[in-house]
Design a protein around this ligand. Structure first.
Ligand SMILES: [Zn+2]
Length: 405
């Protein structure tokens, strides 16, 4: 065959014109479309159903595999692992067994990376382009579930099905040609850097006070838990004050205060109470009761993050102040919001170690298997297992469509 055609191999015999010119036109969703380059006859073949696993890689891993692809610097001592994990992840993604979700936490961290547009474009395509619900929204939805349980005097129940945070597109066959839209997020970089250094400053301050008071694990855990309600009420009071006394020189301030997480929670709780027939003037009273509810400490993201902070405090008191660095807050956030939902989390070594310490190892429950550079082979083994479990039919189609070796 010569010249350009939209169809590509492998070519089989066309049932209409009889020539060996029936090739692949496109694949996406649940459908493979074949077309004959000679007579244009079209065939549509439904593709097998998929059940992809979610493997959440932290920013470090994404940067590392980006560097494998672009021949950049690889972390010392992990060069072989980097190349192997790149190849193995690519196989699992193309075999339609795995996706590597991205989240608002990645987006923030990527924006401050040296080539943010390239990196974001890369991990979206490489990982199968499934965005998770924003971490704040995960927290919000857990808060609302707990509030509804409180208002109904029922047992709080939260579903950790992946669909709760990933949507149904995750189980589609990947498009064989990806046309990415490259947006420029660099305008947010300064804002994110400022925010991150403020958070880091606050955390360092906290670490100093842990050290000074020789804080214990149980002490910090208890104070984290008992701060949940007061923190919400303080945030609410602050918001309320701003709304009552808007700064006349800053008309945008009012607009901004209506976007506060606490306002969002408050108005959702008001709606929820209204549905339950609670009068408007009773609503705030009920909400404050909810904010004082003892069982708020069982909210999954609150529970996991409180345990992590207590474990961090214990390390700080043992003289490991270095543990408190710029990335720590995002690591805690990643684990506490996503670990209950995804199948695996590849995270920073020190956080992986914290999760293994007691009582975290014993008392925290979440779905994700935790991996880190502490044991890179374990992760490769996990990926090989997934690859090995690919159903034959899926493997055949994937090989045909994506040209796997
Ligand atoms: Zn034909």
């Amino acid at each position: 065959m010569s010249g350009f055609s939209w169809e590509r191999g492998p070519f089989i015999q066309c049932p209409k014109c009889g020539q060996t010119t029936m090739g692949i036109l496109s694949a996406r969703g649940q459908l493979l479309t074949k077309r004959c380059t000679n007579c244009r006859a079209k065939m549509q073949i439904p593709l097998p159903e998929l059940d992809k696993k979610a493997i959440y890689l932290d920013q470090f891993m994404f940067s590392m595999i980006y560097n494998v692809k672009n021949e950049g610097n690889l972390p010392k001592g992990h060069e072989t692992f980097a190349k192997e994990v790149y190849a193995q992840l690519r196989r699992c993604v193309l075999l339609q067994q795995v996706f590597l979700p991205h989240s608002d936490i990645h987006h923030d961290e990527t924006t401050v990376f040296h080539s943010p547009i390239d990196l974001r474009g890369f991990y979206e395509v490489f990982g199968g382009d499934v965005a998770l619900m924003d971490s704040r929204d995960v927290e919000f939805s857990q808060n609302i579930k707990f509030a509804e349980a409180f208002f109904d005097a029922a047992e709080p129940t939260i579903s950790f099905q992946l669909d709760e945070i990933a949507g149904s597109r995750r189980n589609e066959w990947l498009p064989d040609i990806h046309v990415g839209v490259q947006a420029d997020y660099s305008q947010f970089a300064d804002q994110i850097r400022t925010f991150r250094s403020e958070v880091h400053g606050a955390l360092k301050h906290l670490a100093d006070s842990w050290l000074e008071t020789k804080a214990t694990f149980d002490g910090v855990l208890e104070s984290e838990f008992s701060a949940i309600g007061p923190t919400k009420m303080q945030a609410f009071a602050k918001w309320f004050e701003e709304v009552l006394n808007p700064d006349p020189s800053d008309p945008l301030a009012l607009l901004e205060s209506s976007g506060r997480p606490i306002y969002r929670e408050y108005s959702a709780l008001c709606r929820s109470l209204e549905e339950r027939g609670v009068d408007e003037d009773q609503q705030l009273i009920e909400i404050i009761k909810f904010w004082q509810w003892e069982r708020l400490r069982e909210t999954p993201y609150q529970r996991i993050s409180s345990y992590l902070f207590a474990a961090i405090a214990r390390r700080v008191v043992m003289g490991e102040k270095r543990i408190v660095d710029r990335g720590l807050m995002n690591d805690v956030r990643t684990i506490s919001t996503y670990a209950p939902y995804v199948d695996a989390l590849f995270i920073d070594k020190r956080c992986a170690a914290l999760l293994q310490e007691e009582p975290l190892g014993f008392e925290l429950e979440y779905k994700a298997r935790i991996f880190s550079l502490r044991d890179p082979d374990e992760f490769l083994e996990y990926l090989r297992e997934i690859e090995g479990q690919t159903p034959d039919e899926v493997r055949e189609y994937a090989t045909m469509i994506y040209g796997l070796d």
